[in-house]
Design a protein around this ligand. Structure first.
Ligand SMILES: O=C(CO)[C@@H](O)[C@@H](O)COP(=O)(O)O
Length: 232
């Protein structure tokens, strides 16, 4: 048995949640799980249908993006996962999907505005949207540069990856993360649902105001503050 069996199982289970939750169609996404002590992560092989996956098919990659174990080609998004694991040291899992509503906001190059308390239960800010990649970086090491596009946007916007565990990449799609792969999957589902609600909200009322600061604070603190009684 592989010395990486634990993260292979975790990555497999996280990937299998994506079609179950309606977050991917065909092979439109990937999940990974990291083992920080060993300096590696397990990720979905590229282009393999979810129903054909098994823990053994997960590919083990180091934080530089080099394959360490596995016979299949790792996901085409592997270098983006590697960059985020390398620089954001408390992440244990990452998910990338092309879920419909999240991707529609990303394609529109818009952050998802904080309109309601469902959003505020998870975040105190809009779900950020990193700008689309510049042409020269698309021509270069695109997936690696995508990782930096995300990190640079967080830095410029003064956001912490520990507090905001999700992002849209303009013209592309969502990425989410968390301390575990399971949490990264949860965050993908939250992003999708909050994105759906925000779109419907704007359709019902074009000039809808953002949620009041007092309600943002009340809802976020109830779930994440010092006397939180519930939460992930
Ligand atoms: O971003 C994209 C496509 O735009 C990829 O995430 C998606 O096709 C999945 O690719 P992989 O099968 O993981 O190589």
């Amino acid at each position: 048995m592989s010395i990486y069996q634990d993260i292979k199982e975790k990555a497999y289970l996280a990937n299998m949640q994506l079609p179950k939750l309606g977050l991917v169609l065909f092979t439109f996404g990937n999940a990974s799980a990291a083992d920080r002590a060993k300096g590696v992560f397990a990720i979905k092989p590229s282009g393999v249908a979810y129903e054909e996956l098994s823990p053994e098919k997960m590919v083990i990659v180091d934080f530089e993006g080099h394959t360490v174990e596995g016979n299949l080609r790792p996901s085409s998004d592997t270098l983006t996962h590697a960059v985020l694991y390398k620089h954001w040291e408390e992440i244990g899992g990452i998910v990338h999907t092309h879920s419909t509503y999240g991707t529609a906001w990303a394609q529109s190059q818009r952050a998802i505005p904080i309109y309601g308390t469902t959003h505020a239960d998870h975040l105190t800010v809009d779900i950020p949207c990193a700008p689309p990649m510049q042409d020269d970086r698309i021509e270069g090491n695109y997936e690696y540069e995508t990782g930096f596009q995300i990190m640079n946007h967080f830095k410029a916007a003064g956001l912490s990856y520990k507090e905001v565990e999700m992002v849209l990449v303009g013209n592309h799609a969502p990425f989410t993360w968390g301390k575990t792969a399971e949490k990264a999957v949860y965050n993908s589902a939250v992003l999708e649902e909050v994105g759906r609600m925000a779109l419907l909200t704007e359709q019902i009322r074009k000039d809808v105001p953002k949620l009041k600061e007092a309600l943002i604070k009340k809802h976020y603190d109830r779930k994440h503050g010092t006397d939180a009684y519930y939460g992930q």
